[in-house]
Design a protein around this ligand. Sequence first.
Ligand SMILES: [Ca+2]
Length: 354
Amino acid sequence: MKMDIAAIPVLLLLILVGNMASSTQLSTVESCGPEVATIKRNIRKLENKLLIGNWQVEHLRRHKYFRPFQPVVSHTKMETGTTTDVNLNSSGTIDTNVTLMKSLPTAGSLIVHDKDCSELFDRLKPTSGFYRIRPKLHKEPFLVYCDMKDGGGWTVFQRRRHGKVDFNRDWVDYRDGFGDFKLGNDEFWLGNEQMYSLLSEGKNLMKIDLMDWNGKRSYAFYDNFRITDEADKYRLQYGQYSGKAGDALSGGTGMVDQWSACLSGMQFSTRDQDNDRYSQGSCAQENKAGWWYNRCHAANLNGMFYRTGDYKGEYDNGVVWGTWKGLWYSLRHTTMKVRPLLFLDDVGSGGGES
Ligand SMILES: [Ca+2]
């Protein structure tokens, strides 16, 4: 947490306004306040009722495919080198524009049917692994890790496991993605541009899986998780929190914490691009990560990988989820993954909350 001296009067004003339970709170606080949370929850319930109805209709329409079932024996195709370049798109017409895809690194299918891992899961129920998806038809497909457990259908966009990949990187790396995309425990950041493609359509549910150095696990859900485009510096937006690990993205429960560490509405920063609200320095440089920072954070999942769990230092720059383990504990495993809000998982729970 950082506090500008010049900003203290603003903070006091915010606290005053908060105590008056006024509806005129400034936007940074408003997006994290408890009254707003209740309203958001009610809106969400109503929206869900409506959307589930719509979704069921859409699901029937989409999954009674007019396309013939193709058991996508893509692994065999790759090994034998024979390819059949017939790709039926969702409207059932033949898409011959697949030559581009062949030159890309392959994993999973040569033919990209799915806009995300949830569609792939619906279609083939494959095991967890790396697959290519194509969220936007006018953009090229790209490789992602699909988590087909935990209800299935999750598209993973961040993973920490062993600290082998350096997460202290420049804007371009965070924009395009980095890390290893081969093995089940590889570490990576999928890329802000890819995340933007994935998240910009429809409503999503984001799940953050966490594990400490004793193997204890926890998690957090955020609905309507999305980011804006590069022109707006991939500004973070999310809806309602639920889960066990606490709402660290919003900075915690106190207004002071939220004022300095609520990440809702924050732009993305890297060591070479300071878009935070900390006017006296760079949160990304201090915290050794690319992330959405305010002044600075209570969650820093791209931070330094400390093998000791507890750590000391000038800055709280570990792999931090403050509302679960505090700012001075660096987590061992983290996963950030997303799927459509109204996805019906393999146990039919819908919300994916386990
Ligand atoms: Ca700054």
